[in-house]
Write a protein that binds this ligand. Structure first.
Ligand code: PMT
Length: 315
């Protein structure tokens, strides 16, 4: 088999972004997961979710964070599982997680109560009305080992883990999907320029000079997993520039889909953009009343597009 090409971004990643100590162990886990599910005839999707953290000091007290609750990634994971995919869930530590996300706003102790006679602890069904349904699905997924959770905190961890995941999935060719919903920093301080100790406020106002993070979509599409189906997300706060930016991303990186969203309206409106098409996905008032989630529609649109992509790649 041909060896993957080394891009200049690979060199930069190795030099300027600390490599996580468990990277080889995680890489082996991801490869075994991908090979096992491919052998069982399943497609595998890598979902990235949550925001990356950029440290300002080596012994970190302060950092810059990208906004993302992780809800898009966590809820999408559930719909991909329902569609028969196996999932590598590369997510920010403590961001929302599939299934448990349903109860993220509840204080666990409020959900438990003592039973009168025995003093045993039981779940309060008023606080957790659909716990049985969610727990059943969670255990099915767990027992069939369809979900491989991998955590990141910092931008460096994210970048190296994404690269390792891409290499693990490259053996699946067009049957692998990348669903890049994580909010990834565009700026960082190289390890060589980072102060070791806590920055002192007694030194006066802080002036930061941040380098640009290499756009990781480029080596992902060209070198790491060139046959895979790649979906990136475009987040803007100014709706007037959103679609142009989404189209520009497709032209630049030559991947398959951009899901474009605006911060305030992201729960009810996105546009799924491909080189040939542009489809609005909207939730109505009635959908919202019925607890329909936009991720169900996004995932349904993407699994159909992935089917077509696989068929075309076999021709
Ligand atoms: O988690 P929620 O609260 O539910 O919110 C979901 C979301 C708004 C975070 C999600 O829908 C979303 O839009 N995620 C992408 C946010 C983002 O980082 O957009 P961007 O314009 O900065 O990056 C665009 C794409 O380039 C992303 O797919 C990213 O993976 C990729 N990228 C970014 C930086 C970088 N150095 N290299 C990259 O390849």
């Amino acid at each position: 088999m041909a060896k993957p090409r080394l891009s200049s971004i690979d060199g930069k990643l190795a030099e300027e972004f600390a490599i996580p100590s468990h990277i080889n162990e995680v890489g082996e886990k991801m490869s075994a997961f991908a090979i096992g599910h491919a052998a069982a005839g399943r497609r595998v999707v890598l979902i990235t979710s949550g925001g990356t953290k950029v440290p300002l000091e080596s012994r970190t007290v302060r950092f810059l964070d990208n906004f993302s609750s992780g809800r898009r990634g966590a809820s999408s994971a559930e719909y991909f599982l329902d569609a028969g995919y196996a999932i590598i869930f590369l997510h920010r530590h403590r961001s929302l997680y599939p299934y448990t996300r349903t109860f993220s706003t509840i204080n666990m102790l409020d959900a438990l109560q003592f039973t009168g006679s025995t003093g045993d602890v039981v779940v309060n069904q008023q606080v957790l009305p659909n716990i049985t349904k969610v727990l059943k699905r969670y255990q099915e997924v767990k027992d069939s080992e369809l979900l491989l959770p991998i955590e990141f905190n910092t931008l460096s961890e994210y970048l190296h883990l994404l690269k390792t995941a891409a290499q693990a999935l490259s053996t699946l060719g067009s049957k692998a999907m990348f669903y890049l919903a994580a909010a990834v920093s565009d700026f960082y301080i190289p390890s060589s320029e980072m102060p070791e100790h806590k920055i002192q406020s007694s030194d006066g106002p802080l002036q930061l000079s941040l380098n640009m993070v290499p756009k990781i979509l480029s080596p992902l599409v060209k070198d790491w997993a060139p046959q895979a189906f790649v979906v990136s997300f475009k987040l803007e706060t100014d709706a007037t520039i959103l679609l142009e930016k989404a189209r520009r991303a497709l032209e630049t990186y030559r991947h398959q889909v951009v899901v474009a969203n605006v911060l305030e309206s992201r729960r009810g409106y996105v546009v799924v953009v491909t080189p040939e098409t542009q489809a609005e996905v909207t939730l109505t008032e009635e959908d919202l009343r019925n607890d329909i989630e936009i991720e169900e529609r996004i995932v349904s649109t993407l699994t159909s597009a992935h089917n077509k992509f696989i068929t075309q790649s076999l021709v």
